[in-house]
Design a protein around this ligand. Structure first.
Ligand code: PLP
Length: 451
């Protein structure tokens, strides 16, 4: 059954049939209950679905985190190079272990981790790296810092991830690497991406900045490509304010990461290459170390809550939760994203839908307004002397002509998402509030044009 084509009557019939068999999925039976009790939209003066309740606070901390900071403070080891068993090296060991990777180098941010990975792989002036237009600006900043050209490939409209076929189309003789971004904390189609990389002899740097502990075909994301990069910025699902990490299994390559991030000075103390200073600070590592106990239980709860929420929303016309690739066994759920299809909401604009849901006490948001292919940095680099020296006129003209990513434009327009770091640590009642608010707005879709 294609839900896009359901009329309201067909939907309600499907709902009552569902109610008989599907005790596990509360979505459809509740749909009926909500419409009876909830009535008027809150934005039109009705009772909000959720009021006077708070979400689990974010960033997360507990006594372990505080004790860990105190311990680092008292140790007087405040910089990683003071001791090989200080807080940063200890965190690196534990994080690598948690990820199932051999080694980890901690950095001051996710952007720094990505730049470290690009430099360590020897990617630089005149090289091209293919990545997503739907990501944090830090992703492309890492490529630009190495004076390489970020080439943006379009998305799969339902998963919001890089479309492997478009990645392959954009490979040139200068392409050195693919940087898949595991958006929203869910794995990309890594089987296809790894196959393309192998076929064209390209490196793979995973931007797993949103995808801590997400799993694909039994492996944690970040351990599938040559190197994996994480962010611990405040909003991320493991957080310390600002922080990042590179993980990998190749010892030589990871040594190179250490050297690059340590202003070019290797573990042996010799300055071997030019490099930035991207070392993580001991206090950041203390916050992270204090957060590791219990982290797996918290991620299990995120996954459980997300699965329940999806079970309640999957049959609601007009909102489609993010498509997950086969092989996804666990997600990070940094965000809980859905596509909004206004034709099922009486043609109400996304902004009207969002306002109505927010008035019900659920703060859905549109996330990224426009893809990076529409941002001014592209013209800036194409007209810069540096890039004009490194790339031929023909290449830069083609780059400008082919920068469009129509699926990404659609995703930006259709996205409705919940910042999920805190909320997905909540309970079932919290998830019901989210689903009830969306279903209530769906039920009242005829009124959305008046708000
Ligand atoms: C947050 C983020 C980054 C950058 O990490 P910072 O720690 O903020 O530098 C890169 N890529 C993605 C997908 C991100 O979400």
């Amino acid at each position: 059954m294609k839900k896009r084509n359901l009329t309201r009557r067909q939907f309600l019939t499907a709902a009552s049939v569902g109610a008989i068999g599907a005790a596990a999925s509360r979505s459809l039976p509740t749909h009926g209950i909500i419409s009876e009790k909830a009535g008027t939209l809150a934005i039109l003066g009705g009772e909000p679905v959720r009021s006077n309740k708070s979400w689990p606070p974010w960033p997360y901390w507990d006594d372990e985190v505080v004790n860990s900071i105190v311990k680092t403070t008292k140790s007087r080891i405040w910089c990683r190079i003071q001791s090989v068993s200080g807080t940063v090296p200890t965190f690196e060991k534990k994080f690598a272990e948690l990820m199932g990777a051999k080694l980890c180098v901690a950095t001051g941010s996710g952007t720094q981790a990505l730049h470290t990975a690009v430099e360590a792989l020897g990617i630089g002036a005149g090289d091209e790296v293919i990545t997503s237009p739907y990501t944090d600006p830090g992703t492309i900043a890492s490529i630009l810092s190495a004076r390489a050209l970020p080439v943006l490939a379009d998305l799969d409209r339902e998963s919001y991830q890089l479309d492997p076929e478009d990645v392959e189309r954009r490979i040139t003789e200068n392409t050195k690497a693919i940087m898949p971004v595991h958006m929203m904390g869910q794995p990309c189609d890594m089987e296809r991406i790894m196959a393309i990389a192998k076929k064209h002899n390209l490196k793979v740097i995973e931007d797993a900045a949103q995808a801590h502990l997400a799993e694909y075909q039994g492996k944690k994301v970040g351990t599938i490509g040559d190197l994996g990069c994480f962010s611990f910025q405040s909003s991320k699902t493991i957080a310390c304010g600002e922080g990042g990490a590179v993980i990998g299994n190749d010892e030589e390559l990871m040594d190179e990461c250490y050297t690059v991030h340590n202003h070019g000075t290797s573990r042996r103390g010799r300055t071997e290459v030019a490099g930035p200073k991207y070392r993580m600070n001991e206090f950041e590592a203390a916050v992270l170390l204090g957060q590791l106990p219990g982290v797996q239980e918290r991620f299990a709860r995120r996954n459980e809550n997300a699965a329940y929420l999806t079970s309640r929303l999957k049959d609601v016309p007009g909102v489609s939760p993010q498509k997950l690739y086969k092989g996804t066994t666990s997600g990070s759920f940094y965000l809980y994203p859905m596509s909004y299809h206004k034709e099922h909401f009486n043609d109400a604009d996304r902004s009207q839908f969002l306002r109505a849901v927010r008035a019900e006490g659920i703060s859905l948001d549109g996330y990224i307004d426009q893809g990076l292919h529409r941002e001014p940095w592209i013209e800036h680099i194409l007209t810069s002397k540096v890039y004009q020296r490194m790339f031929s006129k023909e290449r830069l003209e083609r780059y400008r002509a082919e920068k469009g990513c129509p699926n990404c434009d659609k995703v930006c327009q259709e996205m409705v998402m919940l910042w999920a770091s805190g909320p997905l640590l909540g309970n079932k009642e919290d998830m019901d509030d989210i689903a009830d608010a969306i279903i209530k707005v769906y039920e009242n879709r005829d009124r959305l044009s008046s708000i």
